[in-house]
Write a protein that binds this ligand. Structure first.
Ligand code: TYM
Length: 341
């Protein structure tokens, strides 16, 4: 991935990504996205956001949503994203997102939106609330990305289709009105891009899973992390190797590899002749060590309410200023009325 960015690095490339504040993020969010954000934040022009407008496509309890947004913002600072060097904002505090989303809705076809697998999945799990926002969600996500003229979007594999539709919308608009948007590329980690459920390893690890044993939350305490890994589903082979059909073990190997930097061959060699029990303990310990500094930092930052709010305000102000430039350009091209004076 670093090569991909370096190849395009004549001038500083822009990177953008957001995360929904619907519950505490999981180890999947962390290894698939956040850890990656932290790694690239030092070198690129980055904007990161808390996607609260996206979260209301599913019903949220107001007080809880407010708390989750604050926690998510604090977690972004806790993973060491520097608010002085990166734009870190809350989506609902930057009005350009909803404005451009409306416009992009009008450049997106019903048919292409209907093909989005996330919409199909979510409409199955929220049968009582299949709202228009849930359907139009990808146009808002496209607005998030295109407003900042992002070259790269670091996400997990589940967001690939949304990135494809974003590219299609950008190319369509550019084709109609001339160069307006940078056409972004997804950055998906080969290992970590899709962390699976610990209980049903053919399903992605998700914070909205009804079985809490299936996911590790980024704020789970060490003993909880250990317990969840000990009860992770594996198989009856008792051999630690990465192989088709060994979904549970493959997933644990991916997690261990992300946290230790070891290759699959090195992991297989390390656990040669040992059972899954030892392996699971080692995976849990690597995750505990990975999350420890984040958790410690989170505990401090979450108490500094005034500092947090300063960062939020500042982030929203800069994000609004930057994104307004793209919105102005779009509005002018479309033919919205412009004052002469
Ligand atoms: P969200 O909030 O569901 O997830 C945030 C990020 O975590 C990644 N992710 C995973 N990666 C690996 N394994 C998993 N099990 C796993 N689960 C989640 C997601 O791919 C994502 O990168 N629509 C987005 C939020 C969004 C966004 C954007 C992202 C809104 N606007 C603009 C990028 C650019 C979402 O729901 O992510």
């Amino acid at each position: 991935m670093a090569d991909k960015i370096a190849a395009n690095n004549e001038k500083k490339q822009k990177v953008l990504s957001l995360i929904q504040p619907s519950g505490t993020p999981t180890l999947g969010n962390y290894l698939g996205a956040l850890k990656n954000w932290k790694d690239i934040a030092e070198q690129y022009d980055c904007a990161f956001g808390v996607a609260d407008l996206h979260s209301i496509t599913v019903r949220q309890e107001p007080a809880k949503l407010r708390e989750q947004v604050r926690n998510m913002y604090a977690l972004l600072l806790a993973i060491n994203l520097d608010p002085e060097k990166n734009i870190i904002f809350i989506q609902s505090q930057v009005p350009t997102h909803a404005q451009l989303a409306w416009i992009l809705n009008c450049y997106t076809q019903f048919g292409e939106m209907s093909r989005m697998t996330q919409f199909k999945d979510k409409s199955k799990t929220h049968t009582d609330n299949i709202n228009v926002g849930l359907f139009a969600y990808p146009a808002l996500m496209a607005a998030d990305i295109l407003l900042y003229q992002a070259n790269f979007v670091p996400v997990g594999a589940d967001q690939k289709q949304h990135l494809e539709i974003t590219r299609d919308i950008a190319e369509r608009f550019n084709g109609l009105y001339g160069p307006t948007f940078v056409v972004p590329e997804p950055l998906i980690m080969e290992t970590g891009g899709k962390i699976m459920s610990l209980q049903e390893p053919t399903k992605k690890m998700s914070k909205s899973d009804s079985n809490p044993k299936s996911f590790i939350s980024m704020l789970d305490k060490p003993d909880m992390v250990m317990r969840k890994f000990k009860s992770a589903v594996t198989d009856s082979d008792a051999k630690v190797e990465f192989k088709k059909g060994k979904d549970g073990v493959n997933n644990l190997m991916g997690i261990y590899s992300c946290c230790t930097g070891k290759t699959y061959d090195e992991i297989t060699a390390e656990f040669e002749g040992k059972g899954y029990g030892d392996f699971k303990v080692a995976v849990a310990e690597s995750v505990i060590e990975e999350l420890r500094p984040v958790q410690e930092s989170f505990e401090k930052i979450i108490k500094e309410r005034a500092y947090l709010e300063d960062c939020m305000k500042n982030g929203a102000e800069i994000a609004t200023k930057i994104s307004q430039r793209t919105l102005d350009k779009v509005m002018k091209k479309i033919g919205f009325y412009q004052f002469k004076g």
